[in-house]
Write a protein that binds this ligand. Structure first.
Ligand code: ATR
Length: 278
């Protein structure tokens, strides 16, 4: 790489066509007049390790990592942030000038920042949290809720064993509840989160009653297509505060952009509109 070559970043996955990240980072690059590029990179499983090691030599300052490589990438990284190590996956790589590959996971950060933006008085500390789901997104969110001081995190997952595994990984403040008792577990919960794929366009709906929820509880979803999921509509219909999932996607992208392009990007309505535009 020479001094004058434009900064490069991108997103590595397989397949990659669905990713909104190029649109998101492309908007920021234009907005700040940065002469860089952010590109989708479809990398086949056999080529993954070599591709990641080659990208820094091609002028890439880092990349986002998406399905199916978020766990595997930890084996290629030279340094791993504490939160990525705890979660067991990474979504953001920073290529250091000394050639080292640093792996971080900003999903939990994105989740918390989204709630802070749209519910400024919300705090993980305000009471028990109920998390529906126990997949990769749940791992990042639960880790962030715990490190932000949640007194208890209740996990309800269709496959109970995955919730039990999270309790084993994260410890005493986790309570495992039956998937079909999720509505009961809302009792006293102040933060209620859907981390499953239910409610996403083309997926079955997540039908759960909020009648036992605290009136001041906040409901949020990681699904952002559609923005108003049946889960959030149900919560809103009984007067709960709701925050949609798009902001998590936007906020998780900001730390990478800041590192690669030396510019702290704004996460605001202009960005939301750009990402939602066809
Ligand atoms: P991600 O990394 O996006 O979290 P994942 O690891 O595949 O993806 O997790 C998807 C989550 O949605 C899991 O909690 C999954 O439940 P299981 O662990 O039982 O598979 C949940 N999920 C997906 N489809 C579901 C369905 N039809 N009913 C209930 N939960 C479902």
């Amino acid at each position: 790489m020479t001094e004058s070559s434009p900064p490069l970043a991108g997103v590595v996955g397989w397949p990659i066509g669905h990713s909104l990240s190029p649109k998101l980072h492309g908007h920021w690059l234009r907005r700040y007049g940065i002469p860089g590029h952010y590109v989708p990179l479809a990398v086949a499983p056999n080529d993954f390790d070599e591709a990641i090691r080659t990208l820094p030599k091609l002028g890439f300052r880092g990349v986002n990592i998406t399905i199916p490589y978020k766990q595997r990438v930890l084996q290629v990284a030279d340094n791993i942030s504490d939160r990525a190590a705890l979660i067991g996956s990474a979504n953001t790589l920073i290529f250091r000038e000394n050639g080292g590959i640093y792996a971080d996971n900003t999903d939990g950060y994105g989740f918390i920042e989204n709630l802070r933006q749209y519910a400024p008085d919300w705090s993980a500390k305000s009471g028990p949290c109920l998390v529906l789901g126990a997949g990769g997104a749940a791992r990042a969110i639960i880790s962030a809720l715990l490190s932000d001081g949640a007194p208890e995190v209740r996990i309800a997952n269709r496959t109970r064993q995955r919730a039990v595994a999270l309790k084993e990984a994260y410890g005493a403040r986790i309570t495992v509840v039956d998937w079909n008792r999720g509505a009961d577990a809302m009792e006293g919960a102040m933060t209620i989160v859907n981390t499953t794929s239910l409610g996403m366009t083309g997926q079955p709906e997540l039908n759960i009653s909020f009648t036992r929820a605290h009136g001041a509880a906040l409901a949020t979803d990681i699904v952002y297509a559609p923005l108003r999921t049946p889960f959030l509509q149900e919560a809103a219909s009984i007067g709960l505060r709701t925050v949609d999932g798009l902001g998590m996607l936007l906020h998780q992208a900001a730390p990478g952009f800041r590192q690669w392009f030396d510019q702290a990007p704004e996460v605001d309505d202009e960005l939301r509109r750009a990402v939602l535009a066809e």
